[in-house]
Design a protein around this ligand. Sequence first.
Ligand code: ADP
Ligand code: MG
Length: 728
Amino acid sequence: MSKLRFDVVQDAFKKRALDVTAPAERPSAYFGELVFNREKMRKYLDIKTYEALVDCIDNGRSLDLATADKVAEGMKEWALGHGVTHITHWFQPLTEVTAEKHDSLMEYDRKGGMIESFNGKSLIQQEPDASSFPSGGIRATFEARGYTAWDPTSPVFIQDDTLCIPTVFISYTGEALDYKTPLKKALKAVSDAAVPICKLFDPKVSKVHSYLGWEQEYFLVDEDLYAARPDLILTGRTLMGHASSKNQQLEDHYFAAIPTRVAAFMKDLEYEGYKLGIPLKTRHNEVAPNQFELAPIFGECNLSNDQNQMIMNVMNKVARKHGFVVLLHEKPFDGINGSGKHNNWSLGTDTGTLLLAPGKDPAGNLQFVTFFVNILAAVQKHNALLKASIASATNAHRLGANEAPPAIVSAFLGRTMTEVLHKLLELPSGTPIEIAGKKETSVGIVEIPEIFVDNTDRNRTSPFAFTGNRFEFRAVGSSANCAGAMTALSGAVAEQLLIFKKALDKELASGKALEVAVMDVLKPIISSIIDVVCFDGNGYTDEWKEEAARRGLDTETSVPEMIKSFTKPESVEMFTSLGIYSPKELEARNEVKWEMYTKKVQIESRVMGRMAINHVIPAALAYQNILLKNLKMMKEAFPDSYQEKAAVTITLIEKISHRIDQLQKGVAKMIEARKSANTIENEYEKAKAYHEIAESLFAIRRPIDKLEEIVDNDMWPLPKYRELLFIN
Ligand code: ADP
Ligand code: MG
């Protein structure tokens, strides 16, 4: 076995970069090639069908079956040209991976032969056997029917030989069983709530878009090394492994030159992404060794999230071509940074105004401040819910560690906006908010510098940070579906905008000018948030945890507890009044979340136990046997002084015995804890019991890592951190 590790490491080290398959053409030449976008619609649909489809996409109008048939016919013609043989409804169930069931286009032509056939009915709706997807009891297994329904706002795309149709996934009784359905409802709720406010500033506004730009962090591991680590294969993270002598302390990986093998992978990944119409923009080395990041140009939230899901799938396929495996887990390695997925989020009108950036004039600035303040109020009210929206068994390892936002949701404003808010509180309502330097005297006005995105003024410790024209929700995990976080955030914001508008209408009805009325409503909100949710200090400190608790922010660190926030009265009220989730859906989703948490910890705990018994202890015993032989021979050679001469051997034998003993007891205790947890019926209680087990895994890991430190390198069966992290 030791020989095996050595060989694997040698092989991995010798690998060279593969040729890149991306053609020499400019990316703009093949961008969107595999997407049925407007250009293809124009080409493959008659004008009437095209217009009906665009109306459906832009204005939510429904398509009649005859038109859908024509759309399907056009899609088929286009797809056949790309060698497509199958179609699938592509959806996002609560498993956190996308789902697809392929059907071939083949049908009997009733003339004794076969034809490729695709019609409007199978474009619009399908009924996959959905009984094995998590549903939290909404759909008992005897009622297996759920259906998928086309989401025309996200374009159809081709993957290999399959035409993929983005869909929502709903139970037979109408409950959402996926991430997309509630996200779409939440995005609509924000638009509906924001438009009447925007109209006060610009009557031409009829829609408010939510924008998302995700920054996907990930690790790459050589596939041969990966294959020798059962924990990576089964849980996505290393459950054991002594820290490498060198890891990220030299800060020599961040933004460093991209290793050649990795660069080849990235180029191929971008090629595949571009063909799928994903506007990939940024690639770089991240902080931890073998950690990287990928980010697109931001886009409409629902589409951008679909693209994130698509690229997560594509990443692993392309990586395998290059002999890598992608780790999307939030914390694959202990002791070095984990991976997140910052969600850059903003709002903009259909007239082209970005609502989270200062405007061109005092009115535009007032509109900006209106949205800015209301968003902060929403984050404050629902801070526990927002944390719950990013909570998972895997993300739990990352949050609260000294690298990622703490398990407290606060907002970072930066110096400029903090000053603006304080000034607004002091000055009379109606005081113009000017762009700095535009007026000769700055007395009696509030000023925002034209460009105030100061990079040094960025607080990396904040989970929700304002970065100039957007908020960055940084607590989202690298493996998560962004929709979870975006749905909660959008719901919270929509609710607050409605509350604000109601109060504003009252002020306006009393005859106040808009500028005065807006500030009269905003001022008490600013006072209530400025010293609560707004926090510009270091979020990593213990003092902040105490301070946050005093401020009334949620400081819960246990995932099963956090999840409860979804069914607290204020959350239920918010989600149901906006039509995003029904109480039944909220309960069912919590069941799924607890169940998912339990299962993930259960798998980790099993893998940990088996690796301890099957990999680690045998290696330690084998080495101990060598030491014992050495001791025996010492005794024969030096009967009178062997104790002194073999002192090191004796110490090592004792250390190994001690660690094996610790390990064996730890594993036995964990198995008992699991047995007892498995008898619990209630999903919440069971998840709580598994939370204890999750917490105890570290105590088992410690003796393993200690053994790795002393056992003969040749005899250690598992690739070590220094190998996993530095070979590429
Ligand atoms: P950082 O410096 O924070 O690492 P990156 O360049 O890696 O920034 O990623 C920033 C992301 O934010 C990109 O996806 C970018 O398109 C997106 N972004 C920029 N402006 C906005 C905006 N107004 N709304 C939403 N996302 C935005
Ligand atoms: Mg970045």
